[in-house]
Design a protein around this ligand. Structure first.
Ligand SMILES: [Zn+2]
Length: 249
């Protein structure tokens, strides 16, 4: 099932009849996703992916609402229980020793990721899951920590437009949004349209709620553009995007 509009049955290009694909992802389970982003997405009929950190109060205190978000057709993705990242890097002062990746083992990390999958399964009943690396860290003591058996695909943080022929589904890049205007975000979509590729947006705060933020106005302008261009642009979840790429190979 694809969420974007299909105007004819036959595939004519990389993204069927669309010039490009767009996936909107929202990280860390914060209140503005439920209070701001989802009402707007739903009003426009657009589906997105929410990479949930399951210890976040905006998840633990609002599980019934997230259940409804899944029923509506949005994807609940795995962003771990406790958001472990590698400390000791610039800008990582907030990483506490208990959730510092340098203090984890691969086994502990994979256990946490599998438990997050179990939590999300209890919310949405889905077996197919995607992952977003906390802080974009893919390695633990020089080893890749993700077990591909546990996930369909994973979102990294490197800036990348995604080809339909992309081989590595466990390191799909994105465009990280932080303070951009609506016009700037729309221009990124236009680059994807011109090159026939997919673009994944990474949001944290939406109108606040996180130091990495997008204004409500810029967010609304981007989403309205995606709606207006829905015959040219397929806006779909990260899972669907990955399954589509996999199906082409
Ligand atoms: Zn995060």
């Amino acid at each position: 099932m694809l969420f974007c509009i299909h105007s004819f049955a036959q595939s004519t290009g990389s993204w069927k009849q669309h010039k490009c694909a767009v996936t909107l992802t929202y990280d860390d389970a914060i209140d503005p996703h439920l209070d701001q982003a989802i009402p707007l997405l739903d009003s426009l009929g657009l589906k997105a992916t929410f990479f949930l950190t399951c210890s976040s109060p905006a998840f633990t205190k609002r599980i019934a609402e997230w259940k409804q978000v899944a029923v509506t057709g949005h994807e609940l993705g795995n962003h771990t229980l406790f958001h472990p990242c590698e400390g000791g890097k610039p800008g990582r002062d907030w990483v506490i020793p208990e959730y510092d990746l340098r203090n984890y083992s691969i086994r502990r990390m994979q256990d946490e990721m599998r438990m997050t999958n179990a939590v999300l399964f209890s919310v949405d009943g889905k077996q197919q899951r995607t992952f977003a690396y906390p802080c974009g860290d893919q390695r633990l003591q020089d080893s890749l920590y993700l077990d591909p058996h546990d996930f369909v695909a994973a979102r990294a943080t490197g800036e990348q437009l995604i080809s339909i022929n992309e081989k590595n589904l466990y390191s799909l890049g994105c465009f990280g949004v932080n303070g951009h205007t609506g016009e700037q975000l729309i221009n990124e979509v236009k680059k994807a349209m011109a090159s026939g590729k997919a673009i994944v947006f990474l949001f944290h705060g939406v109108g606040g709620g996180h130091p990495i933020n997008v204004s409500l106005e810029a967010h609304r302008q981007l989403l309205q553009f995606l709606k207006e261009q829905e015959k040219e642009i397929c806006t779909t979840t990260f899972l669907e995007l990955a399954e589509w790429i996999r199906g082409k190979q």
